[in-house]
Design a protein around this ligand. Structure first.
Ligand code: PHE
Length: 453
């Protein structure tokens, strides 16, 4: 038991690997393998990629540090943290946005996680065996636009999530994350090599890595910012909550850098797998949210033992989604438990019920509710867009201002150096980023996207 655990009676990750593996587990998920390729595909490839990588390291890493600092130093959820540090201020109100975001993301995320479960079963049953790419497209379309099967999977996925979350932090989550992420990574490497040998690999790589500056517009820049926040699980207090379970020896700067690097590596690997295949198969990179579900099965089909690869990959993707949804659930459950004095069990049921309701609406956005639009977007589209592109960056904006301007530099130093026991040289850089770079950049992207600049 650590010192902190004695003092506050709150759970702490038992090992350093546990802390890293869980934050990476939260970050790596559908955001990398499903969302990144589809966002890059619809936003012109290289141009998007350029902004995305810059935002990850310039904004993502500092904001990640700020969440870890807030979480570990207060050992609280997002509300408690901001209230402890600024009792008289209104900073903690950003927590409501965080809770709302986590419930909304969980709702649409479960839809895609449900799709991965369906495809895992279909692969294993040998039902994904088609001769042409257009058949893969038609097959996915008929599944996702159906009404009961996708809903069933969304519900099953949420029940799996519930079962793990209700058991508590260290037990369920740590165990799952430790084995899973490395395995997923290895598999991606194998697929990567395969894609690089495809006939139009060069064209795919060029699309992904060579920025076409004529494609840059406000949508590309906002999309890249949103993707950076989404993929690092930033801006809603999720990493703050995980930071609150860090022990006093966990090095915040290193953990943030490691999380961002591994997460970006996974996204880039996914891109290297998808785009050479998209071009080689003569598909369109602009298919949107369904992209990877049409391309991946076609890739697996070409591999010897494709059925096994496919089933195993979708199974791993399902597990990777679980470690991400667990972290989102943890954000709102720790709020219900600590702020609303609910039992963990009750909090889990309340959160799951809300998400299940909206999750079903999101699922039906591809089926019988595809005509129901709000501001030109389906419920699914709206939840995805509003959370990633608006709510999460707003959260990140507030965290960076709070930590950069409101907290004393000494406070930051104590956390970044683990109470003076280790060195952290880039402190001035971190402070500079939190004070100026992050808030100004986020503001500029917003102003640009509403046409002010
Ligand atoms: N980062 C996760 C992913 O890439 C999604 C996520 C967003 C998780 C927000 C938690 C909070 O899949």
């Amino acid at each position: 038991m650590t010192k902190t655990e004695n003092q506050t009676n709150r759970a702490v990750f038992t090992t350093r690997l546990g802390a890293i593996a869980t934050t990476v587990g939260s970050a790596v998920g559908l955001g990398n393998i499903w969302r990144f390729p589809y966002e890059a595909g619809t936003h012109g490839g290289g141009a998007f990629m350029l902004f995305y990588v810059v935002f990850i390291f310039l904004i993502g890493v500092p904001v990640l540090c700020s969440e870890f600092i807030l979480g570990r130093s207060t050992r609280s959820n997002v509300f408690g943290a901001l209230r402890k540090l600024a009792p008289a201020g209104k900073w903690h109100l950003v927590g409501y946005l965080g809770i709302l975001s986590s419930l909304m993301i969980l709702s649409f995320y479960s839809v895609i996680a449900g799709w991965t479960m369906e495809y895992c079963f279909q692969s294993a049953a040998g039902a994904l065996d088609f001769a042409s790419e257009s058949e893969y497209h038609a097959h996915f379309d008929s599944f996702s636009s159906g009404n009961w099967r996708p809903v069933m999977w969304t519900v099953i996925f949420l029940l799996c999530n519930l079962l793990i979350v209700v058991r508590g932090v260290t037990k369920g989550i740590e165990k799952a994350s430790n084995i899973l992420t490395p395995l997923l990574f290895l598999m991606l490497l194998v697929f990567c090599v395969n894609s690089l040998m495809m006939p139009k690999a060069a064209e795919g790589l060029q699309f992904l890595f060579k920025p076409d500056f004529s494609k840059i517009d406000s949508g590309v820049i906002l999309g890249a910012l949103g993707q950076a926040f989404f993929t690092l699980s930033l801006g809603l207090g999720c990493m703050l909550t995980y930071g609150s379970y860090f022990n006093d020896r966990t090095r915040i700067g290193r953990s943030a850098m490691m999380t961002a690097t591994l997460d970006t590596a996974v996204a880039i690997l996914a891109g290297i797998i998808i785009f050479p295949a998209v071009f080689s198969f003569g598909m369109s990179p602009e298919a949107g949210p369904t992209l990877v579900f049409e391309v991946l099965p076609a890739i697996f089909h070409q591999l010897p033992g494709g059925v096994l690869w496919s089933a195993f990959f979708f199974f791993l993707l399902f597990l990777a989604s679980l470690t991400s949804t667990i972290s989102m659930s943890e954000t709102n459950i720790s709020f219900f438990v600590e702020e609303c004095q609910m039992s963990r069990r009750k909090a889990t049921f309340v959160s799951t019920s809300i998400v299940m309701f909206f999750g079903i609406l999101c699922t039906l956005s591809f089926g019988c509710m595809s005509d129901v639009t709000i501001m030109g977007k389906t419920v699914f589209g709206l939840f995805d867009y509003a959370t990633s592109n608006i709510f999460l960056p707003v959260g990140g904006f507030v965290f960076s201002i709070f930590v950069g301007w409101f907290l004393e530099r000494r406070y930051l130093k104590t956390q970044m150096t683990n109470f003076g026991t280790v060195r952290f040289k880039p402190l001035p850089l971190l402070v500079f980023c939190l004070r100026y770079v992050c808030p100004v950049a986020i503001l500029l992207v917003f102003l640009n996207s509403i046409g002010v600049i």
